[in-house]
Design a binder for this molecule. Structure first.
Ligand SMILES: Nc1ncnc2c1ncn2[C@@H]1O[C@H](COP(=O)(O)OP(=O)(O)OP(=O)(O)O)[C@@H](O)[C@H]1O
Length: 351
């Protein structure tokens, strides 16, 4: 496992609200999260849990009706939460923190060759010109695994497959030499084989380009092989955070158990896939206690009343559930998960 180094970004008690037809929706409810230099962190959660809003807030891309109501986003000694001009954000966006989204077509200009699109970023962000910019563009294309680069340079986005287009978007992001790369569902639109190739590519580029990567996904299975740490999000809060093996094989929050149980890899043969019952809470209303309590078969009375603090499981593993309070009754994870956890522990011991 990689040694955890210094913090590159620190989110402190962040609250983000949106105003919609005179009503206020709280999308992020007091999140604190550190991002360490050189790591890959996956933020996992159901649709609507606030993953995208959280990432948009660190790039100054919140929708106009949204604002940071409270908290700090510390990067390079600055508090990004205080930024209020586009000029300020332009010093960060792309240059320091870049994003790769699910649909490469929305990030690419259909009317320009892909070579020109990458080269524009090389010129703008690396200050290279002419032959040097062209050579750098070809190098980026090679680095993202595209062959026959001189020919490919002159082609348009529609001449590439979905997976190849995603590689081009990654090349554009890298052309800006960012320190942090946010990958928002980068492989959701791709089939499984291509998905694995793109994740592998990101992993290799991470080393080569000294990147810190944040993966955003609703699918725990996708990030198991590439993330160093996992943060589990639910209804605008982080309920559990830890090293990937800690969350996978020693998860403590019942929501994490539910996410793990719904992984197809864990499905028992001949049985329907587990799905989490109920719906997430209404974010227009104040949430008392643990937001997951109404859907949590293991919820205690206090879960409905008081927001649980982060209980420490190890130096690197924390979970917001009253089940970890020393006074709580002992609750075991679901039986299917216990076997999975045991397998994981054995595997970790053998390594
Ligand atoms: N501009 C907006 N106005 C009002 N509500 C918004 C706005 N943008 C996001 N939200 C709300 O904020 C909450 C979090 O949304 P977000 O897009 O971050 O979820 P997500 O976890 O990224 O989901 P998905 O995986 O579907 O993208 C949702 O309830 C969403 O409806």
């Amino acid at each position: 496992m990689k040694q955890i180094k210094s913090r590159i970004l620190a989110i402190e008690n962040l609250v983000i609200t949106f105003t919609l037809r005179g009503q206020v929706l709280t999308a992020i409810r007091g999140i604190s999260l550190d991002l360490y230099k050189g790591e890959s962190l996956a933020i996992v959660g159901e649709s609507g849990s606030g993953k995208s809003v959280l990432m948009k807030s660190i790039m100054g891309l919140l929708d106009k009706n949204g604002s940071i109501a409270q908290g700090q986003i510390i990067y390079n000694g600055m508090d990004l939460a205080l930024f209020n001009t586009e000029q300020q954000w332009l010093t960060i966006r792309g240059k320091e923190i870049a994003i790769v989204t699910q649909d490469p077509m929305t990030s690419l200009n259909p009317l320009k060759t892909i070579g020109k699109q990458i080269e524009e970023c090389v010129v703008l962000h690396q200050g290279l010109k002419g032959k040097a910019a062209y050579t750098e563009t070809l190098k980026l294309l090679t680095d993202v695994g595209i062959d026959d680069v001189e020919k490919r340079y002159k082609q348009y986005p529609h001449e590439f497959s979905g997976g190849m287009r995603q590689r081009i978007v990654i090349a554009i992001a890298l052309a800006c030499k960012p320190k942090i790369l946010i990958c928002d569902e980068p492989t959701t639109a791709l089939d499984v084989t291509i998905q694995a190739q793109i994740l592998q590519l990101l992993k290799s580029l991470q080393q080569k380009y000294s990147l810190t990567i944040v993966y955003i996904t609703h699918d725990l299975g996708v990030v198991a092989k590439v993330a160093d740490r996992i943060a589990v999000m639910y209804a605008g809060d982080i309920l559990e955070v830890g090293h990937t093996h800690e969350v996978f094989f020693n998860g403590k929050h019942p929501y994490t158990w539910a996410l793990l149980s719904s992984l197809p890899q864990l499905g028992l043969k001949g049985q329907p896939l587990y799905s989490i019952k109920g719906t997430p809470p209404n974010l227009f209303k104040e949430i008392k206690g643990d937001a997951f309590a109404p859907r949590n078969p293991f919820a205690l009375k206090i879960d409905y009343e008081v927001r649980p603090p982060f209980f420490q499981v190890s130096d690197t593993h924390f979970a917001r559930t009253w089940l970890l309070d020393p006074r709580a009754p002992k609750v075991e994870p679901p039986a299917t998960l216990q076997a999975f956890f045991e397998e994981g522990r054995q595997y970790a011991n053998e390594r």
